[in-house]
Design a protein around this ligand. Structure first.
Ligand SMILES: *Cc1c(COP(=O)(O)O)cnc(C)c1O
Length: 451
């Protein structure tokens, strides 16, 4: 008999392992089939190791069951999980954009648990509009005549153009035919909406005369797209909403503005035009996201003239892009905070932190970790707001012995995962986007990943 055959004989069987008390405890929690399948996989891997000569008897049954417990724990770990964002980018699309307010989270939990008044009018008992709970709030906050909410900003533009310009012409400046991100390009959306794109002007300059020359009996909409993620400098000119309004009135056209960020009011700095600004300047319809500067859940808002909103709400595509009850609950709660106590919206709180507080947080982390240096840092709004919207911040700079790239990779793989920046070979942990109550977890993650 060969030594290899002896080695296989030393392996416990699946049946033997399933009868051990430590396995039975796992079976009670996770089911017999699950434990059996994982044990088969573990034993299969051990057999492969034996065949490859990298493993031999005796085999410790206890160690095999410990491995089983680890496999099951890995399987239970959520794929979508909490991340500590120390990139300093406030609205990071890949990290889920705006963090939600306590009140919005509570509203989601309440609504998710049972049934809700999603599409009923509680007074009459008849059918109601899905977005009836948020429409008055949106009108109050922006001055719009009417409003509607859909699944996201992209869906909002698609729906608006389908309803207002399907089969007709949409005139857009060549300087605004942008790609927002993830391959989402304005010209493609116009085509998908069944409208025809009429490009006017040059990349760097578009004047009102360019729009005027392009208008024909087939034109329905003059579209203005906010240049979210890039900025043109130098010899440039764009037409403002007021000029488009005047021209549109001469021909009975609609002015649609894709604003992107959804700012409700100006803070200490004028980050972006607000929804109200765009409407007051003459937009018939404004579209934006719910999870950018508005600070709420993923959603697309459509605001403006009542007769147009009514037409948009009747378009068949609305069913495909409607907002779910949990997002509606979170959006309503966020809008109420924005109206009454805007400081309670985490995004607003994050953007209005005193730099001394950010610095204190960085120093606390630095002292507790016992290494590195606190330096001034440039943080950014992100999420389709202007790239030069730089925010003064502070960051902990570390020079990990394993190198910044490896350190960043290990932090990402941790639990919680941590996202940091790398700059000039240093690991940079920006403190603008880290909450006080995340500091302990961040410290633990650093110790685990870097030592
Ligand atoms: C972000 C953005 C969009 C897309 O909105 P989503 O909510 O990400 O679908 C569209 N237009 C502009 C100008 C934007 O900034």
């Amino acid at each position: 008999m060969t030594e290899g055959a002896n080695a296989y004989r030393g392996l416990p069987s699946v049946q033997q392992l399933l009868q051990r008390p430590d396995t039975i405890a796992l079976i009670d929690d996770h089911g017999r089939d699950c434990c059996r399948d994982h044990l088969r996989a573990i034993l299969g891997a051990l057999r492969a190791d034996i065949a490859g000569g990298s493993s031999s008897a005796p085999f410790d049954a206890e160690a095999i069951v410990a491995q089983l417990a680890e496999h099951i724990a890995m399987r239970a770990r959520p794929g979508l999980r909490w991340v500590i964002n120390s990139t300093g980018i406030v609205l990071h699309t890949n990290l889920g954009r705006a963090p939600m307010a306590r009140e919005a989270i509570d509203a989601v939990v309440d609504i998710a648990r049972g049934y809700c008044s999603l599409e009923v009018d509680l007074k009459s008992g008849r059918r109601g509009a899905r977005t009836q709970s948020i429409e008055p709030l949106l009108r109050e906050l922006t001055g719009a005549e009417a409003a509607l909410a859909v699944n996201n900003g992209a869906a909002a533009i698609l729906l608006v153009l389908s309803a207002l310009a399907g089969g007709a012409d949409v005139v857009v400046s060549r300087g605004e035919l942008v790609e927002i991100g993830g391959g989402f390009r304005i010209p493609d959306v116009i085509h998908q909406g069944g409208a025809r794109l009429v490009e006017v002007g040059a990349t760097n300059k578009t004047r009102i005369e360019d729009y005027r020359r392009a208008i024909s009996p087939d034109t329905r909409v003059l579209l203005k797209v906010h240049q979210s993620n890039f900025r043109m400098l130098g010899f440039t000119q764009q037409t403002d909403i007021g000029e488009l309004r005047e021209e549109a009135d001469l021909h009975g056209l609609a002015v649609v503005v894709d604003l992107g960020s959804g700012l409700l009011r100006h803070g200490s700095t004028r980050l972006e035009p607000t929804i109200g600004d765009a409407l007051a300047a003459g937009a018939d319809i404004v579209t934006c996201s719910g999870d950018k500067l508005l600070g709420g859940p993923q959603a697309g808002l459509i605001l403006g003239r009542k007769h147009m909103i009514d037409a948009i709400a009747r378009h068949p595509l609305i069913r495909a892009v409607r907002l779910d009850k949990m997002s509606l609950a979170a959006l309503e709660a966020t809008l109420k905070l924005q109206r009454d106590t805007p400081g309670k919206v985490p995004l607003n709180a994050m953007l209005s932190q005193a730099s001394t507080d950010i610095r204190a947080r960085a120093e606390r982390l630095c002292n507790a970790y016992g290494a590195g240096e606190v330096l001034a840092s440039d943080a950014f709004t992100g999420g389709g707001s202007l790239p030069e919207n730089r925010i003064d911040s502070f960051a902990l700079h570390l020079r990990p012995s394993i190198g910044a790239e490896d350190a960043a990779a290990r932090l990402r793989a941790g639990d919680p995962a941590v996202f940091a920046r790398i700059s000039k070979g240093e690991l940079v942990l920006d403190m603008l986007t880290v909450r006080d109550d995340e500091l302990d977890s961040l410290l633990t993650a650093l110790r685990l990943a870097l030592t």
